[in-house]
Design a binder for this molecule. Structure first.
Ligand code: NDP
Length: 314
């Protein structure tokens, strides 16, 4: 019996790209749309999903592997009927890390060179010669989460001139990066950070981790780049700290509720850049290629690339 891959991407488009890539790489797998009513459920062995409707994953008796259409898997774990013993592969590739490093570099340099203020000055036709910014070598970028993405980003920030530190659950060694580990070292890490970059996964331990307390522990005038998940950051506390002058600004790519509501005050905040969860948005072809590789590894009994660890929670 031929196996089926069902695809539900966040863009809702591109099934033909998936079918084309699988025809090239894994021609014995048929690719169908997640919403296809006529699919033989017995043949569904793989799913590639973004925010599956609760309960639907449990309807496939021969499901063997769940592929997340994102690096995070919170959108899958939200299903209370998620089948317990089926492995989950995260969507992480070298391209993910490169795109993320480009985005964070842009955001960090934008904050150092006062880009939100420059945009504001242009809008009001103000020749703002006072907006000269700082020098990156005087600025400490602190990366929360030193995994596949955070580790790569930390090295890139060092390469473009920032002083870099990083914080993770376990102790790390990264060339040129001052590293901190565990909750007990978090205050020390925050106190030395001028630009906080969040690249943590969404877990019970990390939910709300950048709240009022953590923000007030940051160096005065610091700023925040949130590219992890919206649930990590208390937006009200962030805005309060910016408006009171403790923090200088933020670049926010992820939000608790996406898309950000059109009447949300952050859209208009002069010190905040809002981007629509595009920090590391992979092309359809790259995603399909990665999914095919993950299925191939799984079929051959090899370790699943970037597998979600149910015990660690990320
Ligand atoms: P990894 O699983 O490779 O790395 C996670 C890192 O976070 C590890 O260094 C881990 O520590 C650390 N960590 C986990 N829990 C804790 C904790 N309680 N305290 C301290 N550190 C902790 O993830 P990735 O680098 O692949 O991805 C990170 C996140 O980036 C994703 O989960 C996703 O939310 C986000 N993302 C956002 C995108 C966007 O476009 N905005 C795109 C892609 C990803 P240790 O090393 O010790 O295990």
């Amino acid at each position: 019996m031929r196996e089926i891959l069902l695809v539900k991407t966040d863009s809702g488009a591109g099934l033909t790209v998936w079918q084309k890539v699988f025809k090239e790489l894994l021609p014995d797998i048929d690719v169908y749309d997640w919403a296809d009513q006529f699919v033989n459920r017995e043949r569904v062995a793989y799913v590639l999903v973004w925010q599956p409707e609760p309960g639907q994953l449990s309807r496939y008796p021969r499901l063997r592997l769940i592929l997340s259409d994102a690096a995070g898997v919170g959108h899958i774990l939200a299903d209370p009927q998620l089948p317990k013993n089926i492995p989950i592969a995260r969507m992480v590739t070298q391209e993910t890390a490169e795109r993320m490093a480009d985005f964070v570099s842009m955001a960090a340099l934008g904050l150092v060179r006062q880009l939100p203020e420059l945009i504001e000055a242009q809008r009001s036709r103000h020749w703002a010669t006072e907006l000269t910014g700082r020098v990156s070598s005087e600025v400490s970028a602190g990366v929360m989460g030193l995994g596949h993405l955070g580790g790569y980003v930390a090295l890139r920030l060092g390469a473009i001139g920032f002083r870099v530190s990083g914080w993770a659950r376990s102790q790390k060694t990264l060339a040129g990066v001052a590293t901190y580990a565990g909750m007990e070292e978090l205050p020390n890490f925050l106190a030395k950070t001028d630009i906080l970059i969040n690249l943590l996964p969404e877990t019970h331990e990390t939910a709300g981790i950048i709240g009022a307390k953590a923000l007030s522990q940051l160096a005065r005038g610091a700023s925040v780049i949130n590219v992890g998940r919206g649930t990590h950051l208390d937006l009200d506390a962030l805005v309060e700290k910016i408006d009171s002058g403790h923090l200088s600004g933020a670049v926010l790519d992820v939000f608790k509720n996406e898309p950000l509501a059109s009447d949300h005050p952050l859209w208009q905040h002069p010190r905040v850049l809002v981007t629509p969860h595009v920090a590391s948005f992979l092309s359809l072809r790259a995603r399909a290629g990665h999914a095919a590789q993950a299925i191939q590894a799984f079929r051959q009994g090899n370790a699943l690339p970037y597998a979600f660890d149910r015990v660690a929670g990320y």
